[in-house]
Design a protein around this ligand. Structure first.
Ligand code: SF4
Length: 268
């Protein structure tokens, strides 16, 4: 992978797509570290307790989507859950009809992925799946992402999308333990595009806003922060930097003092 110091620095979801589309306030997955939850609480749209109530914004759902030049990431501020799968299918259809390439980013439920793959099987060249998997340990996932699917279900989704001929990728951001190599090993055979590695950004601050700052959670958060020390990140980079499928999020590039023109797939 070529490294350049000239490319413009981008971070967060902008590293993946210039535009995104969302139509729900709230998310049943209720991840303790969630940025969208922190923003919703900060701006009075939700409380830490009401975040799990998914409310459809009809205006956004009914919005006309005109042709976009670039890839659109869907969703970026909520997730695709079985409760609102029907509406998510409508949005994906509108994006595809607008001849847009769609980057579907989700902690995947098998029911949802199966339906999307079946319904849009003609669009394998227009859809890139990106499944978030920050640990291969379902207990760890359950702790940090209590409403989201287990590791086994996410892996099953990845295999299904891959076998259905779609473009596939994985996001290990945030990495939730110090064994990310296990995730990489298990998902690699089913990834056509890339595996993104990223740190847990602003973890303590987010936990505080999201009211997840009990003693046990802070203890676990401090462990993650220690695992993701600059020294350990450099070791991780050394181990995987020759692997063309591994890509580094901004949180890691900053430590390595690199900027690189990583492609997100779908010929961006
Ligand atoms: S799945 Fe995404 S939007 Fe939903 S709670 Fe987790 S981080 Fe937030």
């Amino acid at each position: 992978m070529e490294i350049t110091k000239k490319s413009k620095t981008v971070f967060g979801t902008r590293e993946w797509a210039a535009e995104n589309f969302n139509f729900i306030n709230g998310c049943k997955h209720d991840c303790k570290y969630c940025y969208s939850k922190a923003m919703a609480i900060r701006f009075g749209r939700k409380t830490s307790k009401t975040w799990t109530i998914e409310e459809i914004r009809e205006k956004d759902l009914n919005k006309n989507i005109t042709k976009k030049k670039k890839v659109v990431m869907f969703p970026s501020a909520h997730d695709i859950t079985p409760d609102h799968l029907a509406e998510s299918l409508i949005v994906i259809k509108k994006l595809l009809k607008a001849r847009t390439k769609v980057l579907i980013v989700t902690k995947p439920h098998y029911e949802c992925i199966k339906k999307i793959c079946e319904k849009y099987k003609k669009y394998t060249d227009k859809i890139l799946f990106r499944f978030t998997i920050g640990s291969s340990d379902s207990d760890i996932l359950k702790y940090w992402e209590p409403g989201a699917p287990s590791f086994e279900e996410r892996l099953k989704c990845l295999k299904y999308a891959y076998k259905s001929g779609f473009q596939t990728s994985v996001s290990c951001e945030p990495m939730l333990d110090n064994n990310i190599g296990i995730v990489i090993k298990k998902v690699l055979p089913y990834v056509t595009d890339a595996i993104w590695l990223g740190k847990a950004n602003f973890l303590l601050g987010r936990l505080k806003i999201n009211k997840c700052n009990d003693k046990q959670t802070i203890r676990k958060a401090l462990k993650i922060i220690a695992w993701q020390s600059d020294k350990n990140i450099k070791k991780l980079y050394k181990k995987y930097n020759k692997d063309k499928k591994i890509k580094w999020k901004d949180s890691i590039k900053k430590i390595l003092k690199l900027s690189r023109p990583d492609k997100i797939g779908l010929d961006m």
